[in-house]
Ligand binder design. Structure first.
Ligand code: ADP
Ligand code: ASP
Ligand code: MG
Length: 438
């Protein structure tokens, strides 16, 4: 039988009524064999995610501040869901044990992972499925990278039988048995790893929007959904900030060509977005697929006469970054100029010394620092080798009064990135959307 992996995000499991929707979705299709839940997310705008509360508990303990009030908020949420749905499981003892572990200084990874662990126990009991602890099946190497071979070996024995399994997202275990979490939002990655290792026919990612939208609905309300998108476009968009899927989600499924279907728990009939290797028919020239971006970058603009004739210039510059353990995002360059685009958070506490080193070792004629910059990426296979795309994009920005401070276009031409000031970020995204989508 073909089997599916279905991951449900925090918004899809934030309360009892969302649990009911998830049950309907799972029950409807027997191929949905591996269910991967996140921890309960926000029920409304001002609410706090369970994972954030767990991080807070850990921080309180490390500052020797009591955390029992925060932990009670966590316990109450699980108890409330269990009570409203009469789920036949008593989490009291397990919650007490988790509280004890936190109090006695358990690792941050262990503490953060308990949101998914508890939610998966609850969901498994509600769906009448088997609970399978991610620590027993999702395996990391000692260097903290994922061990796909071992994971596949652990999970294989569960593929052939008739049971359905709930496996918590967001974490796995290291060779010494300790818990290791993925980066924030990482339940998406857990789902992709499980899909790959059980050779799923599809990886369903259930969330609170009807698929991947052309841009962030928080910036362009009611913006259009994308029917199909390639892994490559998705990678560019999620790396640049489209938050729907964690940026690393595609890697496990990419090679196996397992499609990802982003769907809406609140509107399950909507086909959502299919993420695939190739798109057919090919996009019309001049079309775009999506727009994404992030705020809070710093651009170091460097000028030096005859820069290109100094063959060691870029190497010296990059060695300085390496020495300071600062990662860069982009390096657009001109004849005698070069810009380093760096996340501002990477530079915190390091900027002054970094600048000093650049002056000493690279001797630039000019070095300017532009903080508070945002990057906006416009992505799509339809943009490649199409004249007029850039002029349409820059006209849109110009007409809405956005000052473009930096331009970077990858050689594949499926991505044009512009740097604008933080304050112009939303305006820039909205004006590009208006120009290309209308
Ligand atoms: P989950 O809780 O299911 O993991 P996330 O909050 O991680 O969900 O991701 C879904 C959210 O991503 C949406 O509610 C939406 O606000 C936001 N988002 C940002 N960019 C986009 C986009 N391009 N398409 C759809 N949603 C987006
Ligand atoms: N609960 C985790 C987080 O909030 C993982 C996830 O939701 O994917 O980051
Ligand atoms: Mg998410």
């Amino acid at each position: 039988m073909k089997l599916k992996v279905a991951k449900f995000g925090g918004s899809s499991l934030c309360d009892a009524s969302q649990f009911q929707k998830v049950k309907k979705i799972v029950d409807r299709d027997p191929q949905r064999k591996f269910i991967v839940p996140s921890a309960p997310g926000k029920r409304h705008r001002e609410d706090i995610k369970i994972t954030d509360l767990l991080y807070l508990c850990h921080a309180q303990v490390s500052h020797r501040v009591p955390f029992s009030e925060i932990f009670k908020v966590i316990s109450d949420r699980y108890h409330q869901i269990a009570k409203e749905l009469s789920i036949p499981i008593d989490l009291s003892k397990i919650l007490l044990d988790v509280e004890d572990q936190i109090a006695s200084g358990a690792s941050l990874d262990y503490v953060a992972s308990r949101g998914e662990y508890l939610n998966a126990l609850l969901l498994a009991a509600y769906l009448d499925c088997q609970f399978l602890d991610a620590a027993d099946v999702i395996k990391f190497h000692e260097d903290e990278t994922i061990d796909l071979t071992k994971t596949q070996k652990e999970i294989e024995s569960y593929v052939q039988n008739e049971h359905r399994y709930v496996i918590p997202g967001f974490y796995g275990s290291l060779p010494d048995g300790s818990i290791k979490i993925f980066p924030r939002g990482g339940s998406d990655i857990s789902g992709a790893i499980i899909a790959k290792t059980v050779n799923a026919s599809i990886y369903e990612n259930w969330t609170d929007v009807s698929g991947f939208l052309v841009t962030d609905p928080g910036i362009v309300p009611g913006c259009r959904p994308i029917k199909t998108i390639t892994y490559r476009e998705l990678r560019e968009l999620s790396y640049m900030g489209a938050k729907v899927l964690h940026e690393e989600t595609i890697f496990p499924v990419l090679e196996a060509g397992i499609p990802i279907n982003v769907k809406n728990t609140n509107e399950p009939e909507n086909p959502g977005t299919m993420i695939v290797s190739y798109r057919d028919p090919i996009d019309p020239p001049g079309s775009i697929t999506g727009i994404a971006g992030r705020k809070d970058f710093t651009v170091l603009a460097i000028e030096k006469n005859l820069m290109k004739s100094d063959i060691s210039f870029v190497r010296k510059l990059l060695s300085i970054l390496e020495n300071h353990q600062v990662r860069f995002e982009h390096i657009p360059s001109g004849i005698d100029s070069l810009s380093l685009v760096i996340k501002s958070s990477e530079l915190s506490g390091k900027l002054d010394k970094l600048i000093e080193d650049i002056h000493v070792h690279c001797k630039p004629d000019l070095l300017e620092i532009h903080p508070n910059m945002a990057l906006v990426a416009t992505v799509g296979h339809g943009m490649a080798y199409t004249p007029g795309i850039s002029s349409k994009l820059f006209t849109a920005l110009y007409e809405s009064g956005v000052n473009v401070r930096m331009i970077d276009q990858g050689s594949s031409e499926i991505n044009i990135i512009v740097g604008v000031e933080n304050k112009d970020f939303e305006k820039a995204v909205a004006s590009i959307y208006q120009a290309f989508i209308g």
